[in-house]
Design a protein around this ligand. Sequence first.
Ligand SMILES: Nc1ncnc2c1ncn2[C@@H]1O[C@H](COP(=O)(O)OP(=O)(O)O)[C@@H](O)[C@H]1O
Ligand SMILES: [Mg+2]
Length: 258
Amino acid sequence: MAKSLTIDDLNVYYGDFHAVKDVSLKIAPKSVTAFIGPSGCGKSTVLRTLNRMHEVTPGAYTTGSVKLDELDLYGKGVDPVGVRTTVGMVFQRANPFPTMSIRDNVVAGLKLAGVRDKAKLDEVAEASLRGANLWNEVKDRLDKPGGGLSGGQQQRLCIARAIAVSPQVLLMDEPCSALDPISTLAIEDLIAELKSDYTIVIVTHNMQQAARVSDQTAFFNLAAVGKPGELIEVGATSDVFSNPVRTETEDYISGRFG
Ligand SMILES: Nc1ncnc2c1ncn2[C@@H]1O[C@H](COP(=O)(O)OP(=O)(O)O)[C@@H](O)[C@H]1O
Ligand SMILES: [Mg+2]
């Protein structure tokens, strides 16, 4: 049930500060889109508007629209908490509940939603851990604390937690930036597998990663410090990397700035 996202003329503000300007972008179901660009150009900001997570910052607001298939995520009566279930998120720093067991970490969202049936919780925990390529490493220690896992395992635990509530879209904000190369490759392999079930949007500062994992790449940039971030170019990843339309994109991907 992966869904499409359609971003139309999106502007994002933190109070008086205009952080991102006029972004329009389509994201196909069961595809991976990478957001790339220099620090501060609004990648995380745009990502967070895709599940209304920016609203936890007081004074943050958007204009324009974000649609999940036909549903306007900012429409009247749409509950942001429900949006965050449908559009799950994985953060830069793995953030499991450190003292909670591995199993309970995975099903925390379901428990919060009132699911009490132990057999059901165990079933979802196993399916989600398998889905996150973590099951074999943790199946004998499900009652041990999540904080005892390695960084790469913790990030996969967070992915298991995100998929346990059956989302349609997964947002990942630099999910590998705190990981070693082996764990990074494990997450990249996992993204390739998850794509058959979910629509994925990933922010990455690692250009090779964007080229390896994504179907579509969106390059953001800032005209100047203090100006809003803008979407400079978006297209099939192979085109953006081999034949960028804009000079700024070419300069960025060839490492001339950023
Ligand atoms: N919670 C926030 N409150 C105020 N300004 C913010 C907040 N988060 C980000 N910004 C500002 O918005 C701009 C874009 O930031 P961000 O989306 O984090 O960029 P990126 O992820 O591309 O590095 C920056 O100028 C940043 O300082
Ligand atoms: Mg960011």
